[in-house]
Design a binder for this molecule. Structure first.
Ligand code: PLP
Length: 257
């Protein structure tokens, strides 16, 4: 069985973060493992507290896994602060980790900062160069590039700038645009426009986490980056179609239906 690692934050409500990633891994038939970077207290209505995990403990989690287990792919989600980012980058380089998907998580849908604003620079310089696929949404791409994104042309421009930072593929997710939700996949040479119909639901908690975890699972299974992305998109589409309410706010996507 392929073994896939998520390096991310815990979501107590189970819809996003580590919990979403492990569910997506299981649904893909791969063995999921986790390095927890932060513990959040949250539910469907918001994030109420965050405790960053000590960097020495993050180092030890990475070491414990890679010293013993052959890791087929890694997904990186909430990384919170500069020291955490440096520890992850050093660990992944030390063990020559392959098939790395970086979801540059910055702010939750409920508006909570999951990445300290001063750590954006570290995310760019330490994690982007390690990525096979990076999966920013529009606000994240704007923050990384300084480009204001309104049109598909703007998305292409931003994807090109992000590609220059080192990832092999950039999947710029268009879900935040009002007109259409086309995503753009850029490999440094050509732009692929990936469109799917938007699903009318408020229950979209953990969509970004789930998509990047699905892409990592598909890379682990040996699919090319293009195939991993296109299958990941199909997976998240169906998971959103089956999303449901578990509390008073934004409910999670469904991994098993
Ligand atoms: N909590 C954690 C730990 C996360 O990693 C993320 C997103 O990556 C979120 C919350 C935010 O989820 P959403 O913006 O889908 O509500």
């Amino acid at each position: 069985m392929k073994k896939v690692l998520t390096i991310a934050g815990s979501d107590s409500s189970g819809g996003a973060g580590i919990q979403a990633d492990l569910k997506a891994f299981s649904a893909h038939g791969v063995f999921g493992m986790s390095v927890i970077t932060a513990v959040t207290a949250q539910n469907t209505q918001g994030v109420f507290a965050v405790q960053d995990i000590d960097v020495a403990v993050i180092d030890k989690q990475i070491e414990a896994i890679f010293d013993d287990i052959a890791v087929d792919a890694v997904k990186i989600g909430m990384v919170s602060r500069t020291e955490t980012i440096k520890a992850i980058a050093n660990g992944l380089k030390k063990y020559y980790a392959q098939n790395i998907v970086v979801d540059p998580v910055m702010i939750s849908k409920s508006g909570y900062y999951l990445l300290h604003p001063e750590a954006v620079e570290a995310l760019i310089s330490y994690l982007m160069p390690l990525a096979t696929v990076v999966t920013p949404n529009i606000p994240e791409a704007e923050e990384i590039t300084g480009i204001k994104i309104d049109s598909l042309k703007d998305m292409e421009k931003a994807a090109a700038v992000i590609h220059q930072l080192g990832p092999k593929y950039v999947l710029l997710k268009g879900g935040h645009r009002e007109e259409d939700a086309t995503d753009i996949l850029f490999d440094g040479e050509s732009y692929q426009h990936l469109s799917t119909a938007r699903i009318a639901t408020k229950n979209t908690h953990g969509t970004g986490c789930t998509l990047s975890a699905a892409i990592a699972a598909n890379l682990a299974k040996g699919y090319s980056a293009q195939e991993a992305v296109s299958q990941g998109k199909e997976y998240i589409h169906t998971a959103i179609e089956h999303s449901f309410a578990i509390g008073k706010g934004v409910g999670p996507v469904h991994h098993f239906y």
